[in-house]
Design a protein around this ligand. Structure first.
Ligand code: NCD
Length: 309
C-alpha cells in the first residue's frame, strides 16, 4: 500500500505540484473524450470518509477514483456507526482492514487528517479538515488559473470574505506563492485572522476591499462559513454583500481581464453577484471540471506512491 499522504499544501514543493499538474493535464484531455476510463488504479479500493456535508468534493473524488478503475466506497456519519458513537480512529481502522488503499477524509476538526495519517497504513488525502487546509481545492484553483494564464508568476490573486475560517484560503496561501503568484486577503475585521497571520505568510491584506482589488488578476470569493461560528460576527447578509460582495462594479476595480472564482457552494447575491457568477468572467464551473482531473492525479500519487510516468 502506498503512503503518500496529501495533508496540506504547506509541505508540497514546486516540483511535486508541477508533476501533479502535468499528470492532471493528461486526465483533463482524456476526461473530455467519450472513453474516459483508465486503469491505473484497477483493483484498488478508496474510501471517501466524509463527516461534513459536501457536493462537489465528495462526488469529484468518487468520479476521479472510478475513472481510474478503483472501487470507491462512500461513508458518512448518518447511516454509519459514527452515529452510534464510534470514534474516527476506530471507524478508519475498521475500514482500512477491508484492504483499503486510500482514505479521503473530510472532518470538522483541524488536524484530523494528520491524526489519521499517523495511525493508518493506508494513504490519507485531506478533503478539508476544519479551518486548517483543503489541499485539493487549492490545487484545482491553481490548475484552473494555469489553464487560463499558462503561468502564475507575477499574478495577483485576491481572496475575499471569511478568511478566518477558510481552509481554502489557507491552502491557497501556501500553494500559490510556490508557483510565483502573490496572494492578498480582504474581509470584514471580524472574519479576518490577526495581522500576524498575514505577516508570517508575507501576504498583503486589507479591511478595505476596493483597495485590495487594485490590479488584481483574479478574485476568489469565499463562502461565509455560518456553521463555524456563533452569531454576532456579521449583522446581515445584505450588509456583507454591500461591503464585500463581488459584483461587476467591484470587478471593474481589478485588471480589465480579471477573472472570478469561488470554491462553492455559492450563496448567490451574498458573496457573489448572481449574474457575474454565470458570466464569462467566472471560472466557477471550470474549477469543478479541473477538480476531477487534479484529484485523479492526487489519488494516483496517494495509492501508487508516485505518479505513473
Ligand atoms: C469548501 C469547503 O468545504 O471547504 N467547499 C468545497 O470544498 N468546494 C468551501 C466552503 O464550504 O465554503
Amino acid at each position: 500500500m502506498g503512503s503518500n499522504h496529501l495533508l496540506d499544501t504547506a509541505s508540497l514543493d514546486q516540483k511535486e505540484i508541477l508533476a501533479l499538474f502535468a499528470r492532471a493535464d493528461l486526465h483533463h484531455e482524456n476526461n473530455r473524450t467519450a472513453e474516459r476510463k483508465s486503469a491505473s488504479l484497477r483493483g484498488r479500493t478508496l474510501i471517501n470518509l466524509f463527516f461534513e456535508s459536501s457536493t462537489r468534493t465528495r462526488s469529484s473524488f468518487e468520479i476521479a477514483g472510478k475513472r481510474l478503475g478503483a472501487d470507491v466506497i462512500n461513508v458518512s456519519p448518518s447511516g454509519s456507526s459514527v452515529s452510534k458513537g464510534e470514534t474516527l480512529l476506530d471507524t478508519a481502522r475498521n475500514l482500512e482492514r477491508m484492504a483499503t488503499d486510500a482514505v479521503v477524509l473530510r472532518h470538522e476538526r483541524s488536524g484530523s487528517a494528520a491524526f489519521l495519517a499517523a495511525r493508518l497504513r493506508a494513504s490519507v488525502v485531506n478533503a478539508g479538515d476544519g479551518s486548517h487546509e483543503h489541499p485539493t481545492q487549492a490545487l484545482l484553483d491553481a490548475y484552473t488559473l494555469r489553464r487560463v494564464w499558462g503561468d502564475l508568476s507575477g499574478r495577483t490573486v485576491v481572496f475575499v470574505g471569511d478568511i478566518l475560517h477558510s481552509r481554502v484560503a489557507r491552502s491557497n496561501a501556501h500553494l500559490l506563492p510556490k508557483l510565483g503568484a502573490r496572494v492578498r486577503f480582504s474581509g470584514p475585521k471580524t472574519l479576518m485572522p490577526p495581522p500576524r497571520f498575514f505577516e508570517e505568510l508575507g501576504a498583503a491584506w486589507s479591511y478595505n476591499l476596493d483597495e485590495a482589488l487594485e490590479s488584481a488578476d483574479a478574485i476568489v470569493a469565499l463562502r461565509i462559513q455560518m456553521e463555524r461560528f456563533g452569531g454576532g460576527r456579521l449583522s446581515t447578509a445584505r450588509e456583507y454583500s454591500r461591503s464585500f460582495g463581488i459584483n461587476p462594479a467591484r470587478l471593474s476595480l481589478a485588471k480589465p481581464d480579471a477573472v472570478v472564482l469561488h470554491p462553492g457552494p455559492i450563496n448567490r447575491g451574498v458573496e457573489l453577484d448572481t449574474a457575474l457568477a454565470d458570466s464569462s468572467r467566472s471560472l466557477v464551473l471550470d474549477q469543478v471540471e479541473a477538480g476531477v482531473s487534479v484529484r485523479m492525479a492526487v489519488l494516483e500519487r496517494a495509492v501508487l506512491g508516485g505518479l505513473p510516468s
